[in-house]
Structure formats: structure tokens, C-alpha cells
Design a protein around this ligand. Structure first.
Ligand code: SAH
Length: 249
């Protein structure tokens, strides 16, 4: 009679092979990406943001919708607020400043009617998010931020994310960026009680400016300012908004 060990040996060899194979397969499964793992997990949050907050409110410009889908908004908010990045609201970015609500960024970008050869000036870099979105459509974006700390962190963030067509400068954006003027489009992302004359001067004939105008400490109107070929200015109020006040000058 064979020793129990021998019989066991006979039984266990195939079982061991099966177990071994299963373990190898399990490791292979861990190493091989699942079908969805190659995708950016935040892409679905952005898709939902675009559908429910932006398209649903009437934004139709495909280039704008595409840019809003692409730019990783969660990288532009403080890490601790990452989970709220795709919510339907502004968020604090430090120094009492905010990153605008996604819909407002989309609306402003649509109103600018950017084209791929356009040069845009932005007053109020903040997190750099609006600049990043616009940079997916326009050729070059020049943005000025009055707080050195915000300008430095936005510049580093934009560089890390590879947005090479955005130039960030620390200073008072009230005087624009004369060396790069004139601009096809200008966006002001802080509330002003008047249109800064240097910005109006730096807007090309045929150009468009979007600016929150009104009481900087209360509610403003988002205004589309156009300059026609003869230099005539027209102002069209769009919707009531609340921006942080324009500082300096
Ligand atoms: N566009 C930003 C949000 C802007 S919040 C984003 O996408 O995140 C408004 C910003 O304008 C703040 O960061 C504020 O510091 C800046 N700001 C206010 N007055 C300014 C001025 N005169 N020149 C440049 N930046 C200014």
C-alpha cells in the first residue's frame, strides 16, 4: 500500500498547478489595466459638468465644450477641495480669491468668440483655469495677476500641465500688456465699476471684451464690449454675476 504521502503527492500536483496558474493569472489581471483604467477617472466628472451645468444652460460652441472637457479643473483648485472641483459653484483659491463657477468660465469663453489665430489678454489669472480653457482655442493667452503668490503658482501649474501658449505676469492688469497689444479678445475676471481705458485701447477693431461691470462689492452685470472696425464701442449686458473686486490701480 503506498504511503499516504505518496498518494497525497499524486493528488496535489495537479491541484498545485491549478493554484499556481490561478495565482499567475490573478497577478496578470492586476498588471493588465482593466478596460476603463486607461481612462482618466476625472473625465466622467468633467463630462457630467459639461452636460448638466454648461450645455443645459445653452452653451453651444463646440470648441468651448471641448476645452471644458479637456482642462483638468481639479488641478486648479486647492488639493483639499479636489472633490468639489466639478461642482456647480466657484471655489476659494487662497488670498480671498476664487476660481469661477464652470458655467461662468464657459459663458465668458463663448462670448469672446475665440478663433485659433487669436491673441487673448486676461486680467486676473487667479488659478489659471480660465486662461487654460481659453488656451485650448486661441493661439496665445497673456494673463496678469496682481498677487505674486497666485501668479507664481498659476504659472507653475500651467507649465506642469503643458499649456505652453499661456504667458503669466505678476502686476496690475489695469494697464493691460502694451508690448503684446492689440488683442483680438480681452477678458476681465475681477469686478470693475468702469472699463479700464488702457484695455479698451488695446482691443483690436472688431475685437471683443468680456467684463463684470458694476458695484465690485455687490452684484455686477457681465458685459460684452465690442469695438467695430471704426472703433465704435458697444456694450451688451448678458447676465448678473458676482466677481471678486478689481484691486490696485
Ligand atoms: N480667472 C481666474 C479667477 C479670477 S479671480 C481663474 O480662472 O481662476 C480674480 C483674480 O483677479 C484674483 O486672483 C485677483 O487677485 C486678480 N486681480 C484683482 N485685481 C487685479 C488687477 N488689478 N490686476 C491683476 N489681477 C487682479
Amino acid at each position: 500500500m503506498p504511503l499516504p504521502g505518496h498518494r497525497n503527492e499524486g493528488w496535489h500536483a495537479p491541484v498545485r498547478r491549478v493554484v499556481f496558474t490561478a495565482v499567475v493569472l490573478a497577478f496578470a489581471a492586476l498588471a493588465t489595466p482593466a478596460p476603463s483604467a486607461g481612462k482618466d477617472p476625472t473625465a466622467s466628472s468633467r463630462e457630467a459638468m459639461v452636460r448638466t451645468q454648461i450645455e443645459a444652460r445653452g452653451i453651444r460652441d463646440q470648441a468651448v465644450l471641448q476645452a471644458m472637457r479637456q482642462v483638468p479643473r481639479h488641478r486648479f483648485v486647492p488639493e483639499a477641495r479636489g472633490k468639489e472641483a466639478y461642482g456647480d459653484h466657484p471655489l476659494p483659491i487662497g488670498l480671498g480669491q476664487t476660481i469661477s463657477q464652470p458655467y461662468i468660465v464657459a459663458l465668458m469663453t463663448e462670448l469672446l468668440a475665440l478663433e485659433e489665430d487669436h491673441k487673448l489678454f486676461e486680467l486676473g489669472t487667479g488659478s489659471g483655469y480660465q486662461a487654460a480653457v481659453a488656451s485650448r482655442i486661441a493661439a496665445r493667452v497673456f494673463t496678469v495677476e496682481i498677487y505674486e503668490q497666485l501668479a507664481a503658482s498659476a504659472a507653475a501649474r500651467l507649465r506642469d500641465l503643458g499649456y505652453e501658449n499661456v504667458a503669466v505676469r505678476n502686476g496690475d492688469g489695469y494697464s493691460g500688456w502694451p508690448e503684446e497689444a492689440p488683442f483680438d479678445a480681452i477678458v476681465v475676471t475681477a469686478a470693475a465699476d468702469h472699463i479700464p481705458p488702457p484695455l479698451l485701447e488695446q482691443l483690436k477693431p472688431g475685437g471683443r471684451m468680456v467684463i463684470p461691470l458694476g458695484n465690485p462689492f455687490f452684484v455686477q452685470q457681465l458685459v460684452l464690449v465690442t469695438k467695430d472696425a471704426e472703433g465704435r464701442i458697444e456694450e451688451t449686458p448678458v447676465i448678473p454675476v458676482r466677481f471678486v473686486p478689481l484691486l490696485g490701480h
